[in-house]
Ligand binder design. Structure first.
Ligand code: NAD
Length: 476
C-alpha cells in the first residue's frame, strides 16, 4: 500500500515547509478525507524562488544541448522506475484510475525523451548577403518562465510545463494545482535527481491569485505558461501584459463530435464513450457536444446510453473501476447545476444525472439528449462525465453548431466519406481535429487551441519554440 508522501515546496533545490506557513489540506476524492497538508508560499518564499530563477537562468542558458538532453533522458528513466509510486499517488490525490495514471507517467516519459532529442535540433539560419557580410538568425531561451498547471492531469501537466522550458535553456517556477501537489513534485524530483540544478526548476504552491500576481509582476519572469479555465486564463493574460510577457495559454474547450450516417457507428461508439468518460470527463479535449445526423440519432443515442450506464464507477485503485470520482467537491456541484438547468430547459436524461454514494465525489456517467442551445451546458464547459447528444439535419448545420461557441480546442468527426473528411478538416474551427479517432495528442504533435481556447502550443517542436526568442545578427 502506497503511503502518500509528506509535502514541501521545492525552492532553490531545498524542500520548504512548516515555519508557520498557511496550509492546504489535500483530499482523496474517493473518500473526501484529508491525506496530506501542503505548505503555502508567503511573499518571501516567492521572492526567494524568483532570485533563484534569475540565477538558474543565467546558468542554464549557457548549458549545452547535450547537457539538457542528458537531464531529460535521465528524468525519463527515473520516471519509468518510479512509475507505480507516482501513479498511485496521483490516484490518491486526483481520483483517476490507476491505468490512466500509469499512462500519464508514460506521457511525460515520452515528452521528456522527445525534447531530449529536439533540443539538439534548435537550428538557426544564415541569410544570403554580399561577400564579406553576414546575417545570422539564432534562437535563444526566452528567460525564466512562470508556469501554472491544473489538477486534471496532475503528472502530465507539470511534465509539459517543465519539459519545454528546460529543453530550451530556461528556468521555471512551477505552481501546480494545490489539489494535486505530490504528482507535480514527483516530476520535478525526477529532473533534480537526474542532475538538474535546483535553481533551474522549482515548485511553489499557494493562494493561486497571490502567487500569480506576485510572479507575473516581477521583472525576472519573461514568460507565462498557463493551463486552466478560459476565465482564469484571461485574467492572467491581462496581468502578463504589464511586463509584455510571452504567453502560452491552454484554456477551456467544448469539444464537438460530428457523427454522420455514413460512419461506422459501432466503432465510433466503442471509441467515443470511454473517451468521454476518461478522467471522469475532466479533460480539456473531452468530447462534449455530439452532433448526430438525424437518421442515425436514435441508434447512436441508444448505444451511447447503454455503454455509459454499464461503465463501472469506483475508487481509482480498484482494478475493476473504469471511471473514478470527480477530482474535487466543486465538480459534482457543477454537474448538478448544469444537468438540472438542462432538464429545466427541456433536455431528456437518458442515463445518470445523479451522484453515487455519499462518500467522496462520485458522479454517474450521464447522457442528455435534445438539449436546447439556450441551456447553460450547451455554452459552458461542463468538465465532467456528461455527454450531450443532439440530432441535426445535415453537414452544414453540424459544422455551424460545432463552430457556434467561442471555444476552439478539439473537434472530432466520424464519417467514412473522404471528401467530407477534407471539408471538415478545413471547416472546423479547432486547434486539434480527430477524424475517426480520439487520439489527438502525442509528444511530437502540437497541442493547443484557437479562439477562447488559447494560443501557443505545448508538445512538438512548437512547444519548444514557444520557449525561445529569435535574435538576428547583421554583420557588415
Ligand atoms: P478555476 O478556474 O478556478 O481553476 C482552474 C485552474 O487554474 C486551477 O488549477 C487553479 O489552481 C488555477 N487558478 C485559478 N486561479 C488562478 C490564478 N489567479 N492564478 C493562477 N492559477 C489560478 O477552477 P477549477 O474549479 O479548478 O476548475 C474549473 C474549470 O477550470 C473547469 O470547469 C474547467 O473548465 C477548467 N479547467 C481546465 C483545465 C484544462 O486542462 N484546460 C484544467 C482544469 C480546469
Amino acid at each position: 500500500m502506497t503511503q502518500y508522501p509528506a509535502l514541501a515546496m521545492m525552492i532553490d533545490g531545498e524542500p520548504v515547509s512548516g515555519g508557520g506557513r498557511r496550509r492546504h489540506a489535500v483530499i482523496n476524492p474517493a473518500t473526501g478525507e484529508a491525506i496530506g497538508h501542503l505548505p503555502l508560499a508567503e511573499a518571501a518564499d516567492l521572492d526567494r524562488a524568483l532570485a533563484a530563477a534569475a540565477r538558474g537562468f543565467a546558468r542554464w542558458r549557457k548549458s549545452t544541448a547535450a547537457e539538457r538532453a542528458a537531464v531529460l533522458e535521465g528524468a525519463a528513466r527515473l520516471l519509468v522506475e518510479r512509475q507505480e509510486t507516482v501513479a498511485r499517488n496521483a490516484v490518491l490525490e486526483q481520483g483517476k484510475t490507476l491505468p490512466e495514471a500509469r499512462l500519464e507517467v508514460m506521457m511525460v516519459v515520452g515528452l521528456f525523451r522527445f525534447y531530449a532529442g529536439e533540443c539538439q535540433r534548435i537550428y538557426g539560419r544564415t541569410l544570403v548577403r554580399p561577400e564579406g557580410q553576414r546575417a545570422t538568425v539564432t534562437h535563444a531561451p526566452v528567460g525564466p518562465v512562470a508556469a501554472f498547471a491544473p489538477w486534471n492531469f496532475p503528472i502530465g501537466n507539470p511534465g509539459r510545463k517543465l519539459g519545454a522550458p528546460i529543453a530550451a535553456g530556461c528556468s521555471v517556477i512551477l505552481k501546480s494545482a494545490e489539489e494535486t501537489p505530490a504528482s507535480a513534485l514527483a516530476v520535478l524530483q525526477a529532473l533534480l535527481d537526474a542532475g538538474l540544478p535546483g535553481d533551474v526548476a522549482q515548485a511553489v504552491f499557494g493562494v493561486p491569485d497571490e502567487v500569480s500576481r506576485h510572479l507575473l509582476a516581477s521583472p525576472v519572469i519573461r514568460k507565462l505558461s498557463f493551463t486552466g479555465s478560459t476565465a482564469v486564463g484571461k485574467h492572467l493574460a491581462r496581468l502578463a501584459t504589464d511586463n509584455m510577457l510571452r504567453t502560452t495559454m491552454e484554456l477551456g474547450g467544448h469539444g464537438p463530435v460530428l457523427v454522420f450516417a455514413d460512419a461506422d457507428i459501432e466503432r465510433a461508439l466503442d471509441t467515443v464513450v470511454p473517451h468521454k468518460l476518461r478522467n471522469a470527463g475532466q479533460v480539456c479535449v473531452s468530447p462534449t457536444r455530439f452532433l448526430v445526423e438525424q437518421r442515425v440519432f436514435d441508434r447512436f443515442a441508444a448505444g451511447f446510453a447503454e455503454r455509459a450506464a454499464a461503465f463501472r464507477v469506483g475508487d481509482g485503485l480498484d482494478p475493476a473501476t473504469q471511471m473514478g470520482p470527480m477530482a474535487n467537491a466543486r465538480r459534482p456541484e457543477a454537474m448538478e447545476r448544469l444537468i438540472a438547468d438542462a432538464q429545466g430547459a427541456g433536455a431528456r436524461l437518458l442515463t445518470g444525472g445523479e451522484r453515487i454514494g455519499n462518500r467522496g465525489f462520485f458522479y454517474a456517467p450521464t447522457v442528455l439528449a435534445e438539449v436546447p442551445t439556450s441551456a447553460a451546458i450547451m455554452n459552458e464547459e461542463p468538465f465532467g462525465p456528461v455527454a450531450i447528444l443532439n440530432p441535426l439535419p445535415d453537414e452544414a448545420a453540424m459544422i455551424e453548431e460545432a463552430n457556434r461557441l467561442p471555444y476552439g480546442l478539439a473537434a472530432y468527426a466520424w464519417s467514412e466519406d473522404a471528401r467530407r473528411q477534407r471539408r471538415l478538416a478545413a471547416g472546423l474551427e479547432a486547434g486539434m481535429i480527430g477524424l475517426n479517432t480520439t487520439m489527438i495528442a502525442g509528444a511530437d504533435a502540437p497541442f493547443g487551441g484557437v479562439k477562447w481556447s488559447g494560443h501557443g502550443a505545448e508538445d512538438g517542436p512548437e512547444g519548444l519554440h514557444a520557449c525561445l526568442v529569435t535574435k538576428t545578427v547583421h554583420e557588415g
